[in-house]
Design a protein around this ligand. Sequence first.
Ligand code: NAP
Ligand code: FER
Length: 335
Amino acid sequence: MPKSRAWHLVARPKGWPLPGDFALVESEVPEPGPGQILVRNLYLSVDPYMRGRMKDAKSYAPPYELDQPMTGGALGRVVASAADGFAVGDHVLHSLGWREYALVDAAHATTVDPAAGPLTAHLGVLGMTGLTAYVGLLRIAAMAPGDTVFVSGAAGAVGSQAGQLARLKGAARVIGSAGSDEKVELLTGEYGFDAAFNYKKAPVAEQLRAAAPDGIDVYFDNVGGDHLEAAISALRVHGRAALCGAIAGYNATEPQPGPRNLGLLVGRRLTLRGFLVSDHLDLRPEFLRAAGGWLRDGELHHHETVVTGIGKTVEAFLGLLRGENTGKMIVALPE
Ligand code: NAP
Ligand code: FER
């Protein structure tokens, strides 16, 4: 049996995680027991929510345990099976990422069809991040045709899909923000946003006012902080915000100040609503039909940033927090 390397969290990060908070640990790969499969991971997902799991705080997902393999979305090939319905060679999606080989309970693995498209799509555009954009925009913010929509983190996995979805669903105007001029160019070019700005160049409130002088109806929030405050000021009567993430504060060591303009919610009858994609899996079949169709027809575009090698996983994760990715950040583990 081969050896497998897995990333362990060895210290809880304070502020920005440091490479020394993680260790790559080698172990023997066991044979699958009854109902289990052994998977050689081919692609690992790194995601912003993993920063939250590095804290020792009660949340919707339990904290990563110290000195144990970390977990996360992954896609791999079955190399040994002791479970009905799974054969050697099948491709499966599961949640034991951050490692080369995973011993997975078959109940926690989903077979994917490798002929249906690139395998990485199941971690991004047709996966958890794609569904998050769909749920947040259509169910949580209840975007309607004719709405003006603002998306932050708009060149990322969730944001790029939320913005394009708004356009496909008949938004009057779609505005995005991102952290570099190249990303801004991508938004107004390939992704078809009507306007976009680089939030590092000038205050968000000022740039949003210029991009949406008549205000917005929907805000898809991936960032929190100044972005959320600016969006609240821009929201029109009966406006809605889907609170998806608040990445601007994920490495903060002190509680972050809230928006100073919550008083506007009353008179403007605004709704700000947080959500977790995992509470809305009933929308998955509908999402897969819609997004699969748009992808085939070339109406939905996506980028992936692929980093190669198990040894690069921590760098990929830190790169994601720093904005080094365009679209879904993925680690490839070629055989
Ligand atoms: P992503 O957007 O592909 O990658 C993260 C991006 O965040 C970076 O590329 C960077 O882009 C941006 N960023 C980092 N620090 C920032 C800051 N201080 N201010 C503004 N932008 C910053 O990641 P994703 O997987 O699509 O996730 C996007 C958001 O959705 C995250 O907040 C995540 O936690 C959330 N999420 C929520 C759910 C849910 O169920 N609620 C599910 C999935 C994801 P720039 O170069 O533009 O700075
Ligand atoms: C999930 C619920 C939420 C999940 C990811 C998230 C991987 C992400 C939340 C965030 O990034 O804030 O079930 O599955």
